[in-house]
Design a protein around this ligand. Sequence first.
Ligand SMILES: *Cc1c(COP(=O)(O)O)cnc(C)c1O
Length: 411
Amino acid sequence: MGHIKGLKCRECGREYPVEPIYVCEFCFGPLEVAYDYKSISKTINRKKIEKREQNLWRYRELLPIDGDPQVGLNSGYTPLVKADKLAKVLGVDELYIKDDTVVHPTLSFKDRVVSIALTKAKEFGFDTVACASTGNLAHSVSANGAAAGFKRFIFIPASLEASKIIASLVYEPNLIAVDGNYDDVNRLCSEVANKYRWAFVNINIRPFYAEGSKTIGYEIVEQLGWKAPDHVVVPCASGSLLTKVWKSFKELKEVGILKELDTKVFAAQATGCSPIAAAIKQGTDVIRPVKPNTIAKSLAIGNPADGFYATQVVRETGGYGEDVSDQEIIDAIKLLAKTEGIFAETAGGVTLAVTKKLIETNRINREGVTVICITGNGLKTQEALQGNVVAPHHIKPNLTSFEEVLEKIQK
Ligand SMILES: *Cc1c(COP(=O)(O)O)cnc(C)c1O
């Protein structure tokens, strides 16, 4: 297609051809896809994008594939919900939910990254795909990999939520439950990836995979009427999504689609696993690895691969990072459900609870346009609400019994 220049080391700038590689041979820096924005700006414009199908491939010139999309044709272009009731509760003028709890086949934003990764894996000629996952990636690679005809090896921490394990198993991948946390799983997978010629979506395919996260940012800008928000709040696990949201805004400016860009980017984490938020609060870009202990398992990466770059984006844009307790996460899940009718998983609870804190501490000003990224569906982490929702009203199958209860409710 000619719009990709190759891979480039984020540290030393050394260039590499487009191959399933992810680390610089010289300085061990991570590789990133480099585009020819000059040529892209000549072929892409708002009108052209608007006419396309409403899926994540609307922005295909800015995605790292050579041929036609093969996965994710029913993913993306999720709703941007104007959340007026929630805005009122939080005391801000204009608030939007980027709602990735719906549309995607596996009900989280991970279908975005996996769509790019699996399309690329096909282009590279792999027959087996694999991943190290905190849950949603396992689900997405299991499902999308099945539909695309790949053999699948899925590595997860054995302590994952039962509902996420079942949600992966139904597609019959080879599910490997590792005695250890995500960081242990990831370390093991690096060794496996060195030995077997598989497409590990978040290891050797990572430079391509990670680019899929940009589509959430493109959609936000398009859905705001080709404007970037004043504030965007992004949940962080490895930190990749946050860096790519910012990259997507910068790219749209670079290719002439976005006229102005003055967005502050905010990082959201759970207190029980907050190495990125902690670094931001301490004013350092040195990430201190932690042992995760939180109900927000999809965000539980103690040693985040893109943590350093995430802190850089937050600093560069004048944003901030915050973290919230498990109880605050649960309360926020319920608040979002009650006000906007959206049921988010624990990561969504983290993002909303952090947003609330950032508003209360005036890090987010009440007049601007704020977008919060709600990245996964609550049906996937129902365990987290066990004992935290009110019990149903239990009655006998007759009117008298119902009316006894009705009287109590109406009191
Ligand atoms: C994976 C994940 C994230 C964040 O991912 P990064 O590793 O920071 O890119 C956010 N929300 C949910 C629901 C996820 O599954």
